[in-house]
Design a protein around this ligand. Structure first.
Ligand SMILES: NC(=O)c1ccc[n+]([C@@H]2O[C@H](COP(=O)([O-])OP(=O)(O)OC[C@H]3O[C@@H](n4cnc5c(N)ncnc54)[C@H](OP(=O)(O)O)[C@@H]3O)[C@@H](O)[C@H]2O)c1
Length: 322
């Protein structure tokens, strides 16, 4: 079957190890189901994998991709939940120390078919296209958990999203706005700031800008480049929710500010199967859909990866498989 996979790892040249070509069909395992992929979305996680973050050399060749929507062995339309917990684990899958994401230990979703444990699919309602459904399992689920579970964001709060153009960031803007929060964003690009306003942001600022007032919560995926601003943007008692560090992970901790203003820093990773189901329902009930930057045939996956590495995206890149 056709797949986009990592054949080699390079921190400096991630595209060098990417191959779009033939890979064997998924192995059959007891209790697993094979999903025929209709659409699969790209995440920065896939670029990290090619750079060797979270993907070991001895696991190669590895089909990339965490996100998919398709049709399972019963003929049902499904969304794939990418967090694979260890045998016997019960409860919040993201807290299982032996969990993995598709494409780390098990072959990923950028392929014509992907195998997952039978509990790792949730029903895809017909109102949600395969293209939109494929955006939900990673970036959108991460944003959902950041805002509502870990961030405890409620209507009327003011929330700052750093790096507005990204897959997670656009999801944060749309979901937070639909839930009644006042969403402020920063972006390096004027075009992305304008796009964020169109997606529901109330105000858009240049990185590091002085804000009209302090915010209740900051959503961080950028890391080093924006951390100082994030800490300074918070009101006393405010909270940063962090799920990524695209620009680097060693900013100054700003400890004086942390304790004097009684700030909280909360980590967040992916989301549970239950959260994915609630996210699907939220999208339907509030009539919100993921921002899609481009949809490409899987055969053109290299173009999608190149666009993500260039950093010019607003929203998601989606690949259509079958
Ligand atoms: N923990 C988890 O479960 C989880 C889940 C999903 C993603 N993540 C992580 O979250 C991060 C974002 O993922 P994504 O898929 O949304 O990536 P993406 O679509 O490639 O977006 C990256 C965004 O980061 C911003 N950015 C990058 N470099 C920057 C810099 N030097 N200065 C300022 N902003 C910069 C950009 O914002 P502007 O261009 O608008 O300024 C860009 O829109 C990644 O590191 C990813 O690994 C973690």
């Amino acid at each position: 079957m056709l797949a986009a996979y990592a054949s080699a790892i390079s921190a400096e040249d991630p595209l060098g190890g990417l191959v779009v070509g033939e890979m064997p069909d998924p192995e059959r395992r007891e209790g697993w189901t094979t999903v025929t992929v209709k659409a699969a979305a790209l995440n920065h996680h896939d670029v990290w994998s090619l750079r060797g973050v979270g993907l070991a050399e001895d696991a190669l060749p590895m089909i990339l991709g965490c996100d998919a929507a398709g049709v399972d062995e019963q003929g049902d339309e499904v969304v794939v939940h990418s967090v694979i917990s260890s045998d016997g684990w019960r409860g919040d899958e993201t807290l299982d120390p032996r969990r993995s994401l598709l494409s780390e230990h098990y072959q990923g979703t950028l392929a014509e078919r992907v195998a997952v444990p039978a509990r790792n699919v949730v029903p895809k309602p017909p109102e949600l296209s395969f293209e939109h459904a494929a955006c939900l399992p990673t970036a959108w689920l991460t944003a959902y958990r950041m805002l509502f579970t870990r961030g405890e964001v409620v209507p009327g709060m003011t929330v700052l999203v750093q790096g507005a153009g990204g897959g997670v960031a656009t999801a944060l803007t749309v979901l937070g706005s639909a839930a009644g929060a006042r969403m402020w964003v920063t972006s390096r690009s004027e075009h992305k700031r304008a796009q964020a306003l169109a997606l529901g942001a109330d105000q858009a600022f240049e990185p590091g800008a002085r804000l009209p007032e302090r915010v209740d919560a900051v959503m961080e995926t950028v890391g080093e480049a924006t951390w100082r601003h994030s800490v300074r943007a918070l009101r006393p008692g405010g909270r940063i929710v962090v799920s990524g560090a695209t620009s680097g992970q060693a900013p100054p901790a700003e400890l004086n500010r942390m304790f004097f203003l009684q700030l909280s820093v909360v980590g967040s990773t992916m989301g549970t199967r239950d959260e994915l189901q609630r996210l699907v329902r939220f999208c339907l009930d509030r009539d919100v859909r993921p921002a899609v930057h481009a949809t490409l045939p899987l055969a053109q996956a290299r173009d999608g990866f190149a666009q993500m590495i260039d950093g010019e995206l607003v929203g998601k890149i989606v690949f259509t498989a079958a």
